[in-house]
Design a protein around this ligand. Sequence first.
Ligand code: COA
Length: 253
Amino acid sequence: MSMILYEKDDAGIAWVTLNRPDVLNAMNMQMRDELWDLMHAVRDDPDVQAVIFKGAGDRAFSAGADISEFGTAPSYVESRRARRERDLWWFMLSMDELLVAAIQGYALGAGIELAMCCDLRIASDDAQVGLPEVSLGYIPSAGGTQTLPRHVPPGIAMQMILTGDPIDAEAALRHGLVQRVVPRDQLYEEAEALTRRGLERRPAEAIVLAKRAIRDGVELSLEQGITLESRLAALALASDQGKRGVKAAGASG
Ligand code: COA
């Protein structure tokens, strides 16, 4: 059975479904390997401009890494090598496509960590979001200790990681971890509408450059960030789409 379902529409939006509903879409090695291959295929497919991630079934986005696989790697060296050679999380963080997570129910451990590698997160009102690794004697290792404090205030990140206690959708919204909360039955419709809004009438190159400016800029000093923005703005203006857009705006203004 495939651990991932994949569909793409004519408007450049692809849906990726984490597909292990019986175990709350827990991520096992096979699922991570399938995601790794799929994300590379997405990057190479010029027709895909955005990806929406969701969980199969109705209980979870994903309950995190598959606990039943803990300690089953052939050796410590082997597991470190596999992780380095297939660093899914870092690959997702470096993608140019618009990545959106549509979170229902539980999003724990690697589940919310995957969502934090996306650009936008929309949650249903029943979402429960948390990083329980420390309670298992472990620490988040799908980027969570680094991505969480970049989304929420450091004190909240500290609280979530040190206690392992999940927060609900409203708290996630208040802290900026998700950008919208919607009723459960509207989640996928709203996620698609938000994604379409991100792509609509906007040249793909402008989206890519704006995303790079924000993503790479937050790691820089303000001065370096402004320099990066100027360089990317010049690239946007020099593109055919940029020239056409500026001309059209000038003609209508
Ligand atoms: N890995 C493997 N299997 C998991 C899983 C995970 N991370 N999370 C849930 N499952 C499985 C359960 O073992 C159970 O399987 P079973 O029906 O064969 O017994 C099934 O999913 C349903 O989960 P269950 O625990 O019965 O549901 P619940 O409503 O009582 O509790 C959770 C839901 C999410 C609170 C609970 O499943 C849980 O704490 N999961 C682990 C979360 C976690 O620690 N993730 C981070 C790992 S680093």
